[in-house]
Design a protein. Structure first.
Length: 437
């Protein structure tokens, strides 16, 4: 009994873990594919055949075989939440080109076609093909009335061609993008383009709710439900000189590992990058007492496995202090660099004259102290001063000034004082003579 119970428990654990385990081998990154060259341009009529187009460039399905495929069965981290052996939906996509056009064909199973919005921005809410192609965001759909519709959020379609057909089993999209609508420059072998495609499916009108009931995206950037945490970017499409109908398989696009490390050699990020593409640096690392300055190697146009290490500069602490030691400002400065002084401080009765140390090329922790000199005092009126035009003694005119005219009443006061003094003197003399007698 215990053995049976153990087997049941083990089976349940496996059943619970399978949805997560099946997607653990999926390395999320943009896909890279070659667009082959047409010797003879196809007829854009909504009918796709391998006789005309050759083998599909990709079969897109959410079974873990492609690195940038997401669907309604993937969670926020991009992991499948259902058995990957049974894809929810799929589509074949052909990518081709010639000197005048970039061609795309998409074929998806669609036994119950539905789209009532092909004449509006809501064209995506039904059976439709939406894409972001070289910064052109657009959507194409076949209406319930049989009319082909398109909607462009960005880009041009003025010189391009489109047709869509549904035969009761499949919906086929054929598009010829004129280079002049989507690309500035010459289209040559080796040219790289950015592409994301998403096929939406619907079967009926759901009234006020959204009508679509499924979506499958190859790449990302144009499907709203996909969460940012699992985004990988646009797929890389490379124009190839290989004939569209060549039976040989396209070569794999080379990938390289780019590692970003901190100053101690610890990995901060490890990513696969297609040959010729750029890696994406992680958030700048930190180190106590140091400032991040740069990465020690280029991570653009990757041609080999690359390790990139963080570079740091030692920081010196510069403290600006007032005359009494009060801290005014403290700054971290890279070794050999200049510190930025604070606003000149003030001190009552003194004039700020500068700082006591040079801080134009700091090599160690330093304290820089404000310097002052006693301010000159402006004398009040009547005080002694050597300045020309100020009084040299109380009541005396300054140099170069003309004495003010005396008041006549002041003269009589002087006369009275003189008479009193003379009279007093005479009285003293007379008194002295009588005393001797």
């Amino acid at each position: 009994m215990k053995r049976v119970f153990s087997i049941i428990i083990a089976a349940l654990m496996i059943a619970v873990m399978v949805p997560f385990a099946v997607s653990a081998d999926v390395v999320r990154m943009p896909d890279a594919a070659f667009a082959r060259k047409f010797a003879t341009a196809p007829t854009i009529d909504g009918v796709i055949s391998e006789t005309e187009w050759g083998k599909p460039t990709r079969t897109v399905k959410d079974d873990g075989t492609l690195p940038s495929v997401f669907s309604m069965r993937t969670d926020e981290a991009g992991a499948l939440t259902a058995d990957k052996a049974n894809p929810d939906q799929s589509y074949d996509i052909w990518l081709r080109w010639d000197k005048d056009y970039f061609y795309m064909a998409v074929k998806t199973a669609d036994k119950t076609h539905f789209n009532k919005n092909t004449a509006s921005e809501s064209i995506w809410d039904g059976d439709a093909l939406q894409m972001d192609f070289n910064a052109c965001n657009m959507c194409f759909g076949l209406g319930n009335d049989g009319k082909v519709g398109k909607y462009l959020w960005s880009g041009k379609f003025d010189n391009s061609k489109l047709d869509i057909k549904n035969d009761g089993s499949f919906t086929s999209y054929e598009i010829a993008f004129a280079w002049k609508d989507i690309f500035s420059g010459d289209a040559l072998a080796g040219t790289k383009l950015n592409l994301t495609t998403v096929v939406l499916t619907a079967t009926e009108d759901k009234g006020t709710e959204s009508s679509y009931d499924g979506w499958l995206t190859w790449g990302d950037g144009c499907c709203g439900p996909q969460e940012a945490s699992c985004k990988v970017g646009y797929n890389k499409i490379i124009l190839s000189d290989t004939d569209a109908k060549d039976a040989a398989a396209d070569p794999a696009v080379k990938t390289y590992t780019v590692k970003f490390q901190d100053a101690d050699g610890n990995d901060l990020s490890s990513q696969l990058v297609y040959e010729g593409d750029d890696a994406v640096a992680p958030t700048n690392p930190t180190k106590e007492g140091y400032k991040f300055t740069s990465w020690d190697a280029s991570y653009s146009n990757i041609k080999a496995d690359t390790t990139v290490k963080a570079q740091f500069a030692k920081l010196c602490i510069v403290t600006f202090a007032d005359y009494d030691g009060t801290e005014i400002k403290k700054v971290d400065v890279e070794t050999g660099k200049a510190a930025t002084a604070p606003k000149d401080p003030t001190r009552e009765g003194y004039t700020f004259t500068g700082w006591d140390k040079d801080f134009s090329a700091v090599t160690e922790d330093i304290t820089v102290t404000a310097q002052y000199e006693e301010a000159a005092v402006t004398p009040a009126t009547g005080e002694t001063s050597t300045a020309t035009g100020t009084a040299t003694a109380t009541g005396a005119p300054a140099t170069g000034e003309t004495p003010a005219e005396e008041n006549p009443s002041n003269v009589w006061i002087y006369v009275v004082i003189a008479v009193v003094v003379i009279a007093a003197g005479a009285a003293i003399i007379i008194f002295s003579k009588k005393k001797k007698a």
